[in-house]
Design a binder for this molecule. Structure first.
Ligand code: AMP
Ligand code: ZN
Ligand code: FE
Ligand code: FE
Length: 273
């Protein structure tokens, strides 16, 4: 069984529509694929329809933007009730934070001499529930300012760079509780990417487990072999489920192809069986 539990559609910052994502999952010979758009469940309906026709198992998921001690942490949620009111309210706050960040980011870029406005970004985010930095990156590529998304982050959009603006994100512990209370499962996405190993220590991961965390996404391209083996050790010690996924974004992220990392079927059954 080929199981990939973390992918994005153009309802957030991926480039495939939900139906295209399912078609590509079939091409990649996946048996199970989770759609986990940032902060939104908008793509579920279209993906479910396509998955039913294509005879592939869709897991309905999300990747919630969270914060822990001021550091951005992404939390995957699976099979929760998308209508659970406290969760809906929190996701609306996160989306509002994205929307209010956009004009501030563009103001900063203009102050650097880049002629960019909201319409340049909306061409790339038009199918999405809210804008993400990758859409701003796409606009910068189109304007000829940078060559690709990675370069846009490197020069302008990552923390510490001149186009970076903070936004609201959910408290990590609260988000785990909300997903659990909504009947779902929570897994920390790429726990040690981009310096988050400094906040996500083994002790803190133990506290997250106490708060209701089910697993860790160990096999992810942001983790080298050393990080994977250390995280696997922590997961085993805490009896947490281990997942592996692509974090596919269509053409928006190079070398994150569908199925490039997989989840072991036994772990999948522990998580969602
Ligand atoms: P946002 O939703 O605006 O916070 O942007 C998050 C998205 O940007 C995720 O899809 C990440 O994969 C991507 N991203 C974050 N940091 C970087 C980076 N340094 N280089 C490339 N992509 C990044
Ligand atoms: Zn993304
Ligand atoms: Fe992520
Ligand atoms: Fe992701």
């Amino acid at each position: 069984m080929r199981i990939d539990l973390h992918t994005h559609s153009n309802r957030s910052d991926g480039t495939d529509s939900p139906a295209e994502l399912i078609a590509n999952a079939v091409k990649a010979e996946l048996d199970v694929v989770a759609l986990t758009d940032h902060d939104s469940t908008e793509g579920w309906r279209e993906a479910a329809k396509a998955a039913k026709k294509a005879d592939i198992t869709l897991v309905k998921g999300i990747e919630v933007s969270c914060l822990l001690n001021g550091k951005s942490i992404h939390l995957l949620g699976y099979n929760f009730d998308p209508g659970y009111a406290p969760l809906v309210t929190e996701l609306e706050r996160v989306i509002e934070g994205r929307n209010s960040r956009l004009p501030k980011t563009l103001e900063r870029l203009r102050s650097l001499g880049i002629a960019i406005d909201e319409s340049d970004v909306h061409r790339w985010s038009k199918n999405a529930v809210a804008t993400g930095r990758p859409h701003i990156a796409d606009a910068l590529v189109e304007l000829g300012v940078v060559a690709n998304r990675d370069e846009a982050f490197e020069q302008f959009l990552m923390p510490g760079r001149p186009g970076y603006v903070d936004r609201y994100a959910a408290d990590l512990f609260e988000a785990i509780g909300l997903l659990r209370d909504a009947g779902g499962r929570a897994v920390v996405a790429h726990p040690w990417s981009r310096g988050s190993h400094r906040v996500l220590t083994a002790t803190v991961i133990g506290e997250l487990k106490e708060a209701g965390l089910s697993g860790l996404e160990v096999d992810h391209n942001d983790h080298d072999a050393e990080a994977r083996s250390a995280l696997r050790y922590i997961a085993r010690d805490l009896n947490l489920i281990v997942t592996g996924s692509s974090d596919y974004h269509g053409t928006g992220k190079i070398n994150f192809d569908l199925g490039c990392n997989l989840t072991d079927p036994a772990q999948y059954h522990r998580l969602l069986g």
